[in-house]
Design a protein around this ligand. Structure first.
Ligand code: ARG
Length: 286
């Protein structure tokens, strides 16, 4: 017996509010993940153009995008997903694993305070929404490369939610948002959102946990994962993905989502894609 797939018309868009940072100072001058090769040239103007396309696309589809000023000497600041984790106006600030990015911490904290968020300064190493993804009632949390187990306990306490720790094992997929994507940003209480993930990025126990909690998940092929296909943003209907993730694109269509293709190839040289450049702002003053 086959179940009729949900059509795109039935998927509803939920307007999002995002924080982004124009990559005016983007370059690869150090290496803190396997994608970064300081010897290879980067084209900052191209990075800005590609980023602008993402920004414009969000606005065209009705989303709201806030901007934080890029700072010289902080080339990774464009990856705002690492700048915090925000639910109900509470902004859990980051504490970066590597010194190269620690200068971003005061900038994100200041931005959050100036914009009316209640900032909670962390005690433990964590890289914000790069490793923490809200999936319905629970928070999925990555560990293994950047955010620590202590930070998982800290967010459970701060947000008073169940935190599901997932262990990343492949250094190319060092943040949770490079290996897993939540496709339904808003669900009814108790409902489970659709997620997509790259099974090979997780250890066995984490894969079993994901299978148990998300039996309907989209399992993405290695080829799509390797082009950062999972590093995507979704409003529940439109899913913003890399044009290179053609298999994932087809899987999304089958499930009734509308893939929106945005190429951030230049930003991939720093080890980031669409989701890395996008921090969700949930709640808080405007
Ligand atoms: N060069 C940055 C780093 O290694 C890339 C961050 C990507 N961000 C993300 N949310 N996955 O920290």
């Amino acid at each position: 017996m086959s179940v009729a797939p949900i059509s795109a018309a039935e998927r509803v868009q939920h307007k999002r509010r995002y924080l982004m940072c124009r990559p005016e100072h983007f370059t690869v001058s150090y290496s803190i993940n396997p994608w970064m090769e300081p010897a290879n040239p980067t084209d900052t103007a191209l990075a800005v153009r590609q980023w602008q396309k993402l920004y414009d696309t969000y606005l065209e589809l009705g989303h709201e995008v806030e901007l934080i000023d890029p700072l010289p000497g902080l080339p990774d600041m464009v990856y705002t997903a690492n700048g915090g984790f925000v639910i109900d106006g509470v902004f859990y600030a980051p504490r970066f694993r590597f010194e190269e990015r620690q200068g971003e911490e005061p900038a994100f904290i200041a931005w959050a305070r100036e914009n009316g968020f209640e900032v909670v300064e962390p005690e433990f190493t964590n890289e914000g929404e790069g490793d923490f993804l809200l999936a319905g009632d629970v928070i999925l949390a990555g560990r293994g490369f950047r955010s620590t187990d202590d930070s998982h306990r800290e967010i459970a306490r701060i947000f008073d939610r169940e935190v599901v720790s997932l262990t990343l094992v492949d250094p190319r997929f060092y943040h949770l948002d490079t290996a897993l994507s939540v496709l339904d940003p808003v669900v009814e209480p108790g409902q489970t959102p659709t997620i997509a993930y790259l099974p090979g990025a997780f250890d066995e126990a984490s894969r079993a946990e994901l299978e148990r909690r998300f039996p309907d998940a989209i399992l993405v092929a290695d080829a799509d994962g390797a082009v950062f296909g999972l590093n995507s943003a979704s409003d529940g209907r439109n899913v913003f993905i890399s044009p290179r993730a053609t298999g994932f694109e087809a899987q999304l269509r089958e499930r009734g989502y509308n893939p929106v293709l945005v190429d951030l190839s230049e930003l991939l040289l720093g080890g980031g894609g669409i989701k890395c450049c996008t921090l969700e702002l949930r709640g808080g003053a405007r």
